[in-house]
Design a protein around this ligand. Structure first.
Ligand code: ADP
Length: 174
C-alpha cells in the first residue's frame, strides 16, 4: 500500500472514495462534513437520509462506516465514519482506529483502490492531532486491504506536520 500525505482540501481529491468525519446523525455538520455536503450537493444528504430511514435509524455508531455516492465531488463514493469525541478520562483510541479499519473494509466492499482520509476527530471532536496521527497511521498500516493508495489530506500545516512526524519519513509527502 502506498500512503501519502497531502496538505489540502479533501473535497478536491480525485480518488475512488473519500472518508467523511461525520457525526452519528449522518445529516451533516461543520468542518470536513460541511465541506463535503456543500461541494458534493444534495445527493449525498438524500442517501444519508435514506440510511437513517433504514439500517441506521438510531444513527451511525462511533467507529463504524457506511458509504454513499459522492454526488458532484471528483470521487465515486463518500465513506462516512463517526470518530470518537476526545476524552481525558477514557481511552477511546480503539474507536478512532476502528474508523480507519471500517472505512477500509467498506472501501474493499466497494472495490475502491484509492481512499483519502481527513484527520478524523481532530477538529470539533478535540483529539490532539499528534496522537490521532499515530493511531490513524497505525490502523491503516495494519489493516489487510485491497486498497492500493491511501492519502491523508491535512487541512493545515500543524496537522500535516503531526502526520509527517508520526510516519517519520516512511511515507511520501506531497
Ligand atoms: P471531527 O468532528 O471528527 O473532529 P472536523 O471536521 O471538525 O471533524 O475536523 C476534522 C479535521 O478535518 C480537522 O483537522 C479539520 O481541520 C479538518 N478539515 C476541515 N475541513 C476540511 C477539508 N475541507 N478537507 C480536509 N480536512 C478538513
Amino acid at each position: 500500500m502506498d500512503i501519502r500525505l497531502v496538505l489540502g482540501d479533501i473535497t478536491e481529491q480525485r480518488v475512488d472514495a473519500l472518508v467523511n468525519a461525520a457525526n452519528s446523525s449522518l445529516l451533516g455538520g461543520g468542518g470536513v462534513d460541511g465541506a463535503i455536503h456543500r461541494r458534493g450537493g444534495p445527493e449525498i444528504l438524500a442517501e444519508c437520509r435514506a440510511l437513517r430511514a433504514g439500517r441506521y435509524g438510531g444513527g451511525l455508531p462511533v467507529g463504524q462506516a457506511v458509504a454513499t455516492t459522492a454526488g458532484r465531488l471528483p470521487a465515486r463514493w463518500v465513506i462516512h465514519t463517526v470518530g470518537p469525541v476526545y476524552s481525558l478520562r477514557e481511552d477511546r483510541s480503539a474507536l478512532l482506529a476502528s474508523c480507519h479499519v471500517e472505512a477500509l473494509r467498506v472501501a474493499d466492499e466497494l472495490g475502491a483502490r484509492s481512499v483519502a482520509f481527513p484527520a478524523i476527530s481532530t477538529g470539533a471532536y478535540g483529539w490532539p492531532v499528534e496522537a490521532a496521527a499515530r493511531i490513524a497511521l497505525g490502523a491503516v498500516r495494519n489493516t489487510p486491504t485491497n486498497v492500493e493508495y491511501v492519502s491523508f489530506v491535512l487541512f493545515d500545516t500543524r496537522a500535516y506536520a503531526a502526520f509527517a512526524e508520526a510516519c517519520q519519513g516512511t511515507v511520501k509527502e506531497a
